[in-house]
Design a protein around this ligand. Sequence first.
Ligand code: 2GW
Ligand code: MN
Length: 269
Amino acid sequence: MALNVLTPWLAPIIWDGTYDIDILDNQHNSTRIGLFVFAVKKYIRFLLPFLESAERYFMVGHNVTYYVFTDKVNEVVKPKMADGHILQLHDVVADQRWQDVSMRRMEILTVFTKEHMPNEIDYLVCADVDMVFNDHVGVEILGDLVATIHPAYFLSEKGAFTYERRPISTAYIPHGHGDFYYMAALYGGKVDEIYKLSMACQKGIVEDKKKNIEAVWQEESHLNRYLVYNKPTKVLSPEYLWDTILPNGELIKKKRFLAVHKNHKEVRN
Ligand code: 2GW
Ligand code: MN
């Protein structure tokens, strides 16, 4: 199913060989692209390798603005950047609980996609920082609403997806619903689409908090819920999110965006 090149609603699933990059690069010669990333507390250590690898592989030759959110603006080491690339550093509070750090991204997205980004960029890409670009990631990933298949679930039956299954949560997805399990480490779209997405997810997170519950995979659960009922216009194959510890890597020819292996105990404390 996920090795297909079209979703059941006929959105393209992007694999190497499904697009002509020269045509797309031309179409996007004046497109402005944002890359949104959080690096708070110990995750600041992932920022420079992330940005340096982005300079090498992400939207090369296009207008890129990095939106970096950190609690240590003064400690950020800036990468060498191509002409036309901009680095914006923004201060953000460091939440105590890691679940809140991760979910805080949705709240910040609601503010920036409404107030700042509409005048600055056309498309926004949101990413985890504990990742490195390892091969081409270009304008073929742009679309109105774009999500990436979770690399651990691309061969799984729907029943195995780790959606939120408790009806009391706003992230609830009933059995039988949903098409893919998406990973929140890479998604994007037009700025107004990410505004709508982040508003919906943030609202769900707040409502759950009022009831003293938290979705099983935090904002990833809310993202999945949103995408069941608001179908992405483009889906990225696991080429765009991979982890070398996973099985079935031989099926993935290009490993474009790789998880960095971390000492969980050490970085999460
Ligand atoms: C600290 C302790 C435990 C977990 C995360 C953090 C932490 C995360 C942090 O101290 N500082 C920080 O900046 N973050 C940001 O949140 C950073 O951008 C990081 O990449 C992102 C998500 O946390 P991460 O990468 O540790 O989570 P994963 O790799 O297990 O990711 C999936 O599940 C998460 C939900 O729990 C998110 O949905 C994420 O988008 C998924 O890829
Ligand atoms: Mn991560």
